[in-house]
Design a binder for this molecule. Structure first.
Ligand SMILES: Nc1ncnc2c1ncn2[C@@H]1O[C@H](COP(=O)(O)OP(=O)(O)OP(=O)(O)O)[C@@H](O)[C@H]1O
Length: 482
């Protein structure tokens, strides 16, 4: 029997099935106080399901959870444990102090009189712990996404959490913001808190964690100290038979005829923007949140119309496909299947001359793309809603592939996807360019830029800087760009 005061977290033989699909196949774990755990695994491996069982969102089919020797059905109601998801559970219209007070029993001075001062002092102290130099009266809506995540971490610590469970909280943050969050989590661990962090970013694992756990197909297949590991070792742990994501074949480019041009385009604070997309070339643009990076992509796609200037197409009826920046709000239709979500915009492709749909061809094409992207579950009749985050991203990417357009506009194409799929997406993008498509990648992920783009440029101060060949840039120059 352990000391109940300790915060050792133990999981024994945890299983979870959804219908006949066994998603967790007997997970065993012991995590001690002060450990910083990186939890990795391919899309659909079961990471979020494990976290949701710990949080009490799902109930395990069998198995045990113990904290400090006490058996619990979940950690959801335990003050010692805080969960930080992509949806941070903060309210934009409230101040930092008010967000801290949300859901907390009020601190009382005397009878019904609240001790607001004590609440503010303790909130300010917690902000200091995560390195945020902000007044507690700042409105949440005035913060950057990274600062909001730090507020969520500070709030958890203010509430006395000794275990922080963080599920892909940095995946939508620009690198510098993500770095701030990782540093504050590392500081929390150094001060004795336990951190369990789900991430696909190898750099975050190497930078901050003390131990790596890998889930594959619902089983915990690796458990190793991070010390001594490098990127290649992590990739090998994840993939077993890995093809190096950076070893992309050098596409022999064909003629680079202009396909689409933005000429002197203005949109809100952007402009003038001049950009030419050529057949067979992958152009990458990057920038901070609010820089207008995705607006440029949407202007290229025709979703946004310029206030001034023109979008010139090289031929009539030029076709375009978009992977939108916000999968959560602009991506898929939750109640439709993988197949329906993929086929939606390309239905015309499977029509006979008589205009009758050829469902068998449609099914085969969707199944082929789903398999190329290793979408899980493999059945294309699966409902979109129940897919893991990374698999949703793959379906949306697959939809663009099926359209087979002249121009691909890909916003954050690898957001939330695992290491193996990332390299597969890079291979597919190169293939699209080799096939003559013009590709625009609008991404805040340096790896997207140096792995797949021919030329890249930064969006800053409303302008698109000069495009430069990636081959002439060092990794650190690229990382500085994002
Ligand atoms: N509510 C649900 N009903 C049915 N199946 C589900 C449900 N939630 C998750 N699944 C399935 O469980 C499997 C594991 O999903 P989970 O979200 O745990 O993966 P993950 O490892 O977190 O992936 P990612 O890295 O893409 O976020 C997937 O095949 C998913 O479709």
């Amino acid at each position: 029997m352990q000391d109940p005061g300790s915060h050792t977290l133990e999981v024994d033989g945890l299983r979870k099935s959804f219908g006949s699909n066994e998603v967790l196949k007997g997970i065993n774990l012991t995590i001690r106080s002060g450990e910083f755990i990186g939890l990795m695994g391919p899309n659909g491996a079961g990471k979020s399901t494990l976290i949701k069982i710990l949080a009490g969102v799902y109930q395990a089919s069998s198995g045990q959870i113990r904290l400090g020797g006490r058996t619990l059905t979940s950690l959801g109601d335990t003050e010692d444990v805080a969960f930080i998801h992509q949806d941070l559970g903060l309210v934009d219209a409230l101040t930092i102090a008010e967000n801290f007070a949300l859901g907390n029993p009020p601190q009382r001075l005397f009878g019904p009189i609240l001790n607001k001062r004590a609440e503010r002092t303790s909130a300010a102290r917690a902000l200091g712990l995560v390195g945020l130099d902000l007044s507690v009266d700042t409105l949440l809506s005035d913060l950057t996404p990274g600062q909001k995540t730090l507020v969520a971490v500070a709030r958890a610590m203010d509430r006395g959490a000794r275990i922080l469970i963080v599920d892909e909280a940095t995946s939508t943050l620009p690198p510098r913001d993500a770095q701030g969050v990782i540093l504050s989590l590392a500081a929390a661990a150094a001060a004795g808190a336990t951190v369990v962090m789900v991430t696909h970013k190898l750099s975050e694992i190497l930078e901050a964690t003390s131990r790596v756990l890998v889930i594959l197909d619902g089983e915990m297949v690796r458990d190793a100290p991070t010390h001594g590991l490098d990127r290649a070792a992590l990739v090998e742990m994840l993939m077993q038979h890995e093809s190096d994501p950076h070893n992309l074949d050098d596409a022999s480019h064909q003629t680079r005829d202009p396909v689409l041009e933005l000429r002197g385009v203005h949109f809100e604070d952007l402009g003038p923007i001049d950009l030419t997309l050529n057949a067979g070339e992958v152009i990458g643009i990057s920038g901070l949140p609010g820089s207008g990076l995705h607006d440029i992509a949407l202007l290229v796609n025709g979703t946004l119309k310029p206030h001034k200037g023109e979008v010139v197409e090289s031929r009539p009826r030029l076709t375009r496909a978009l992977v939108p920046p916000h999968r959560e709000s602009q991506g898929g239709f939750g109640e439709l299947s993988i197949r329906e979500n993929m086929a939606l915009s390309a239905l015309g492709r499977w029509r006979r001359l008589s205009r009758v749909l050829k469902p068998r061809r449609e099914e085969l094409d969707c199944a082929r793309v789903a398999s190329e992207l290793s979408i899980k579950p493999a059945s294309i009749d699966t409902t979109f809603d129940i897919l893991s985050g990374g698999n949703k991203q793959k379906v949306i990417f697959g939809r663009a592939l099926l359209l087979n357009p002249d121009v691909f506009v890909l916003c954050e194409p690898t957001r939330g996807v695992d290491v193996g799929t990332r390299s597969e997406i890079y291979r597919l993008i190169r293939e699209l360019a080799r096939g003559g498509a013009a590709v625009l990648v609008a991404s805040s992920d340096a790896e997207d830029l140096f792995s797949v783009c021919d030329r890249v440029a930064l969006v800053a101060d409303g302008r698109l800087q000069q495009l430069r060949p990636v081959s002439e840039l060092s990794t650190s120059e690229l990382e500085l760009m994002v």
